[in-house]
Design a protein around this ligand. Structure first.
Ligand SMILES: Nc1ncnc2c1ncn2[C@@H]1O[C@H](COP(=O)(O)OP(=O)(O)O)[C@@H](O)[C@H]1O
Ligand SMILES: [Mg+2]
Length: 521
């Protein structure tokens, strides 16, 4: 009995000792929690009052975990853009400051994943494993940290790699009316990065869910998801979410770039982004400017695209190549947003609905397309032939218009048209079938050497396929020299042309049974 009593006493003493100790070390602390309340909710935005200390672009927390960004800071109220479903939000709800700006989780765990700009998975798998968080708005690297664009970004599309070459770290705009193959070009460029050691980010902005699902299925089927992150805000998401998507995607891309990797980012498309920003600005009563867009729309796009660059050696030599997409209306490339983007980027690829209807795919209008920096990065072997092809093609396009009127043409004009038609036929390419550098050079060399000129037009496609099959015979050391930076030597050129001549021999008509030659006579 006595023993039990002592045990109990001991136990009680220990418990009270613990409590006294905890009491002695406890220092009461006040934590400041600034709370305001919602005064008004409308499409995608809310006004909030009672948060006098809030900073510009600070993240605010609403009930149910809904986030918002403080956008307009007026004297007595704050305009907030909402980053999610706001149906349940009401006037009078509490709002809390977070003291931080909008950020996104980045990391290698994102590769292969489909996420929204807040980092939530959209592919039915668990939360992606990430370590670091980066703000979505970051300053572009300073000029001194940048290096010139010197390495090509092969898209696998003959017409682009040969005539409108893109370099790693370049910003090249893709623009055209709807349904002209803009997305197809960007996706082909991603598919072609498979063996090129380039990571890709596909940023879908304001598209239909079914369109995005189709792209993701295509990327997955072709094995491109292994090195790709897809960041999505759909058309029916809150406009605030659509607005921050390309910034979040750029931060994810920058994480890889800063680790020294080469990264390709596709913004599909910035027309939707501009519309979301216009909607938010008008609702926040910011003054509308041209085409009702807010005055700073140029600035928000340039600030974003300025983050795409080639970093110098001391920053790890990574690069971020950007392919923003813009949808034009009725082929009007001089509308406000297209002209803005044309002046921000280092060149543009214009897709023509007329060419698309004629079946010239990809429907790149070579005359209206340009690449202002990629030429310097293009492989030397291309440079030996590209100028020649571009000139011949431009001449052909002019003459073609004439020839339509059934004019009698002299022999040299006829020849230019024949040659141009074959260039056009050889540059055609179906979707999701990127062509390797070696195959491209073989085709382009054969074209400039006039080897296709005696192939009847309807057989050019087959002839080109045969030539590409034969390109496998090109010896490995020649192939090695073509894909390095060295110039195309005469012996290498001769070796390739010999293979091409052999491959095309069976397709060439003899001079007298050439049907179009007869027509010209
Ligand atoms: N090179 C091509 N060969 C065959 N079909 C193509 C090619 N490029 C695009 N298409 C088809 O054209 C349609 C429009 O392409 P898409 O890339 O969705 O256009 P956009 O993004 O300009 O609206 C799609 O059905 C696509 O499959
Ligand atoms: Mg598209």
């Amino acid at each position: 009995m006595n023993i039990a009593h002592e045990n109990l006493q001991g136990a009680l003493d220990r418990v009270f000792d613990g409590i006294h100790q905890a009491q002695a070390t406890f220092i009461p602390q006040l934590t400041l929690r600034e709370v305001g309340f919602v005064t008004n909710v409308s499409t995608g935005i809310a006004t909030v009052s009672g948060l006098p200390g809030v900073g510009s672009e600070e993240l605010l927390k609403f009930p149910g975990g809904l986030l918002g960004i403080a956008f307009n800071l007026d004297e007595d109220e704050i305009g907030v853009i909402l980053l999610g479903d706001y149906q349940a939000l009401h006037a009078g709800d509490e709002v809390e400051r977070t003291g931080r700006v909008m950020d996104v989780a980045v990391g290698d765990g994102l590769l292969g994943r489909v996420i929204d700009p807040l980092g939530n998975p959209l592919d039915g798998k668990g939360m992606p494993s990430t370590g670091l968080r980066l703000p979505v708005e970051r300053a572009a690297p300073p000029i001194m940290d940048r290096a010139p664009v010197t390495v090509p970004l092969q898209t696998g599309l003959k017409v682009i790699d040969a005539l409108i070459p893109i370099g790693r770290g370049q910003r090249e705009l893709i623009l055209g009316d709807r349904q002209t193959g803009k997305t197809a070009i960007a996706i082909d460029a991603i598919l072609n990065q498979r063996e090129q050691n380039v990571l890709c980010i596909y940023c879908a902005i304001g598209q239909r869910a079914s369109a995005v699902a189709k792209v993701v299925a295509n990327l997955r089927e072709k094995g491109a998801m292994d090195y790709t992150v897809v960041v999505v805000a759909e058309g029916n998401d809150a406009p605030g979410l659509v607005y921050i998507t390309p910034y979040a995607a750029t931060s994810i891309a920058e994480y890889f770039m800063e680790k020294g990797r080469d990264v390709l980012i596709v913004f599909d498309d910035l027309t939707q982004h501009a519309r979301a920003y216009r909607e938010l600005s008008l609702l926040l009563r910011r003054p509308p400017g041209r085409e009702a867009f807010p005055g700073d729309i140029f600035y928000i796009h340039s600030r974003m695209l300025e983050r795409a660059t080639h970093l110098g050696q001391k920053r790890g030599n990574g690069s971020l190549t950007a392919l923003p997409i813009i949808e034009t209306e009725a082929q009007d490339i001089s509308a406000y947003i297209p002209t803005n983007l044309i002046s921000i980027t280092d060149g543009q690829i214009y897709l023509s609905p007329t060419l698309f209807e004629l079946g010239v795919l990809p429907a790149v209008d070579v005359g209206k397309s340009v690449s202002r920096v990629g030429g310097a990065a293009q492989r030397a072997a291309y440079r030996a032939v590209a100028g020649n092809i571009k000139l011949a093609y431009a001449q052909f396009e002019e003459l073609e218009a004439f020839a339509k009127f059934g004019t009698r043409l002299d022999k040299s004009t006829r020849q230019s048209i024949d040659h141009g038609q074959r260039i056009r036929a050889c540059l055609k390419q179906s979707e999701s079938q990127p062509v390797s550098l070696l195959d491209q050079i073989a085709v382009l060399l054969a074209l400039t050497a006039g080897l296709f000129d005696r192939v009847p037009l309807e057989k050019v496609n087959d002839a080109e396929q045969a030539l590409r099959k034969a390109a496998a015979e090109i010896s490995p050391d020649v192939a090695e020299r073509l894909s390095s930076a060295s110039e195309l030597s005469d012996t290498d050129r001769k070796a390739i042309l010999e293979i091409a001549t052999r491959a095309l021999a069976s397709f060439q008509a003899s001079p007298d049974d050439r049907s179009d030659a007869k027509a010209a006579a």
